[in-house]
Design a protein around this ligand. Structure first.
Ligand code: MIG
Length: 822
């Protein structure tokens, strides 16, 4: 045995330990070869390569037969895949056949026989360790990896999975599926995101992303309670270990790897009304008129497949939708926009002047059968061809199909059926032996089976749509919503949870789905409000609107064979409650938009489970099945069992909390989680604000297209780490990339004699709609003296509310507002 350690560029690099003498016979060689940024391991024919991408993130590639194969990825950004940092020897190997090296944050211990990898933090707490039962087994082209599942770990992510929020004790498969009629134990569903976050373990949170497009699976201790296992039916063994220790950091890093969601147009955060389908332009106009006369704030009306001629993508029915530009401009006068569905199946219409098919054939843009013929499957418009989205030229061609609709002024697009769904076929999708012809930067040009491409097909569909919109309307932020997607798909589209049902249980499922999607990179998701299939009771639709008002995408949608569910259809009592919650959403728009800005820069989700902000709540079990956070400041606490009229306990993580609706303090400081009993009521949704929050809000508008009249308000809930963020820009263009935005952090500190509010320097050059800001300090008794940068400003007590109000001119730069008890 020989240990070699040497210096290069100042850093000590990994020790090389040769345990076997047979170095000349590669297949039987065994040993470690140090690299500057990792280590290569040979154990029999098996090769493993560990690379430190950053100090807290490792890439692990394993080649069971010695050949790593092509190094390419649809999910991971190439600038991150090619990044690496130096690793150094932690200690000279203590035993033969092991090596230990480290980055600034991690220790890796690799053992040769049996091959295993243990990753720890610098204090020696194990983050993740291969199972002593054997780390890898292969079977044909498939593989299984096994790791130790520690007692205290809980698992999240994996996209749109249903069931409990915590995946522990369950198994899942990733295979994009048109899961019409799914229920609480259905799997697989529409999306494949082979990434999970583990929280609660001895070293804090970490994540594992398996970069493999095939049919992957995860077992979180179901088969063996002490083993975490995952694998795939084929494809590379190529995974990333991402260390936290905070869940936030894991998600930030995962979205460094796979991309951040882009900053959305502001209207994406507005209320959206959809239906399968609004059948004519006149029907759309009447829905628009009614939304306005009922004063239901709304930003978008959606067009489902029936606006098309014979369900043919990129056409319009000339009888029912004779003039799309006129419809768009009528709606825009009412501050509404249209989003239209564009499915990806292209009907085989020979010599009928149907350009998508004819140009598709001419450009050889369709997926083939193994015999070289074009694959044809039956979908809505009849026998159809399917675009070859793995070719960049085909994606460009697809993007070009949107030109007409973009010119007509349609604001965004909806990519449905992109699992892809195919009628009357095995597995409801295309044959697995269909042949894709990859022609993509970073990839070898080669044929690939549909089995390899299936799970990313929907994501590539949305990529083509998104990039097409960018080319056709470069100054506007694209909006795409998709049903199927894959790891990294958050770069191109928001998503919804597909064909859910009008049941109370589905409302509950939607919350866990959106939370796990948020921890899988998809910060923007929604569930069809009211449920797609079935008939919601008026109470169910009302409660669903209340909850959805605090979720990222807020869209009412319904199936063609279920009753209409525009908000006014159940009488005045329901309409009034629904309106009140939609209005609350619009008042909170500055808070939501600041979260969108944070997400675009960091990837952290808008909607978060409690443990995300309060890690100790994993142990105290404070995460009730339906409660969630919107950003770091708002706790939404619907009943854990929606059908029960019984009072229920709301669990609050340690700290002080205020009632959002009244501004009153409801939970006083304590070292532990506390509970408050709440009685459910149709018109009430408990929402709480964390002490220390500064919530930016705005006057009510009927659409984000309207400029609010009045002032920006900052509601201050005094407490520790008091902070808030103001963000604004024009809401739709790309000018924010070039100083056309405003971001300002506001902090406060309270004492017995008063409160000081500090406005940090402003970033960006954008001039906002407000000239003044109203600061409302909650839990304030009586009046006060207020000075802004030394000058007296008026302060007054808001009657009957324990709130102090101070109005100041918009502080363009750093400013200090001192408020003292009089
Ligand atoms: O086979 O476009 O999930 O939201 O309304 C049904 C019609 C096709 C499925 C989508 C649903 C949409 C519907 N689509």
């Amino acid at each position: 045995m020989r240990v070699v350690s040497h210096r290069r560029g100042g850093a000590v690099i990994c020790a090389m330990v040769l345990v076997a003498a047979l170095v000349s016979v590669r297949a039987e060689a065994a040993g470690f070869v140090a690299r500057e940024d990792g280590v290569d391991i040979q154990s029999g024919v098996v090769r493993m390569r560990v690379t430190a991408i950053t100090d807290d993130m490792l890439r692990v590639r394993i080649a069971p037969s010695g050949d790593f194969g092509e190094d390419a990825s649809w999910a991971v950004r190439s600038d991150w895949r090619t990044r690496s940092v130096k690793v150094s020897v932690a200690q000279a190997a203590r035993q033969p056949g092991t090596v230990e090296c480290r980055t600034a944050n991690l220790i890796m211990r690799i053992q040769l026989e049996p091959l295993s990898l243990i990753v720890s933090d610098l204090a020696g707490h194990e983050i993740t360790a291969d199972s002593p039962l054997g780390a890898i087994t292969t079977e044909g082209a498939g593989f299984s990896l096994r790791k130790i599942l520690s007692e205290s770990e809980h698992f999240f992510g994996l996209g749109d999975k249903v069931g409990r929020l915590d995946h522990r004790g369950q198994t899942f498969t990733n295979w994009n599926t048109d899961a019409y009629g799914f229920g609480e134990s259905s799997d697989p569903l529409y999306k494949s995101i082979p990434f999970f976050v583990a929280a609660g373990g001895p070293a804090g949170s970490y994540g594992i992303f398996l970069d493999n497009t095939w049919r992957t699976w995860f077992d979180f201790g179901k088969r063996d309670p002490h083993t975490l296992a995952f694998g795939s039916t084929a494809g590379p063994i190529d995974y990333y270990v991402i260390y936290g220790p905070s869940t936030r950091h894991v998600i930030e890093r995962y979205t460094d790897l796979t991309g951040k969601p882009p900053l959305p147009p502001l209207w994406e955060l507005g209320f959206q009304q959809s239906r399968y389908s609004y059948m004519s332009a006149d029907e759309v106009r009447s829905v628009a008129r009614r939304l306005r006369s009922e004063r239901i704030p709304t930003d978008v009306i959606w067009l489902d497949i029936d606006y098309q001629s014979h369900n043919r993508p990129f056409t319009t029915n000339p009888r029912t939708f004779p003039d799309m530009p006129a419809l768009v401009s009528d709606l825009s006068r009412q501050d509404l926009r249209l989003v239209a569905i564009t499915d990806l199946h292209i009907p085989r219409l020979l010599n009928q002047g149907y350009a998508p098919y004819e140009t598709g054939v001419a450009g050889d843009h369709f997926v083939k059968r193994p015999d070289g013929s074009t694959y044809i499957g039956e979908v809505w418009p009849g026998p159809s061809a399917f675009p070859e989205f793995t070719r960049s030229v085909t994606r460009t061609w697809w993007g070009e199909q949107y030109r007409g609709f973009i010119n007509a002024g349609i604001a965004g697009f909806w990519n449905d059926m992109n699992e892809p769904a195919v009628f009357n076929s095995p597995g409801k999708t295309m044959p697995l032996d269909n042949v894709h012809r990859i022609a993509e930067q970073g990839f070898t040009e080669r044929a690939a089976s549909h089995e390899e491409i299936h799970n990313i097909y929907g994501m590539l569909n949305t990529r083509a749509t998104f990039e097409g919109m960018q080319r056709l309307r470069p100054d506007e932020r694209p909006f795409v919503m998709t049903r199927a997607s894959a790891a990294g798909g958050q770069r191109y589209a928001v998503t919804w949870t597909g064909d859910n049902s009008s049941t109370w249980n589905h409302l509950k499922l939607a919350i866990t789905q959106m939370l796990n999607l948020g921890m899988s990179g998809f910060a923007y998701s929604g569930a069809d409000v009211g449920g797609f299939e079935g008939t919601p009771s008026p109470d169910l639709l009302t409660k669903w609107i209340e909850v959805a008002a605090f979720t990222p995408i807020f869209r009412v949608h319904s199936a063609n064979d279920s009753p209409h569910r525009e908000p006014w259809l159940d009488g005045a009592e329901h309409t009034n409650i629904r309106r009140k919650f939609i209005e609350a959403r619009y008042r909170l728009m500055p808070y939501l938009y600041a979260l969108a800005d944070e997400n675009a820069r960091t990837g952290v989700p808008l909607m978060r489970p409690l443990f995300y902000e309060f890690p100790e709540s994993i142990e105290s079990q404070c995460d009730a099945p339906t409660s969630f956070l919107l950003g770091a400041q708002l706790l939404i606490a619907p009943p854990p069992n929606f059908e029960s009229p019984a009072a229920y306990p709301v669990c609050f993580p340690a700290g002080e909390w205020f009632d959002y609706w009244t501004g009153g303090k409801v939970v006083r400081s304590g070292p532990k989680a506390q509970t408050l009993t709440v009685t459910p009521a149709l018109d009430r949704l408990p929402v709480f604000v964390r002490a220390g929050a500064i919530l930016p809000q705005q006057p009510l508008v009927q659409s984000t297209a309207q400029i609010p009249h009045g002032v920006l308000s900052l509601d201050i809930y005094p407490g520790d780490e008091c902070r808030g963020v103001i963000y604004a820009d024009d809401g739709h263009s790309m000018a924010f990339l070039n100083q056309g935005y405003l971001r300002q952090v506001v902090r406060c500190s309270a004492s017995r004699t008063g409160i000081v509010v500090n406005f940090d320097a402003r970033e960006g050059q954008y001039r906002p709609w407000w000239q003044q800001i109203e600061i409302r300090v909650h839990q304030w008794n009586g009046t006060a003296d207020a000075r802004l940068d030394g000058h007296t400003v008026a302060a007054h007590a808001v009657p009957r509310s324990d709130t102090l109000s101070v109005r100041i001119d918009d502080p363009h730069g750093p400013s200090t507002l001192s408020i003292s008890v009089r």
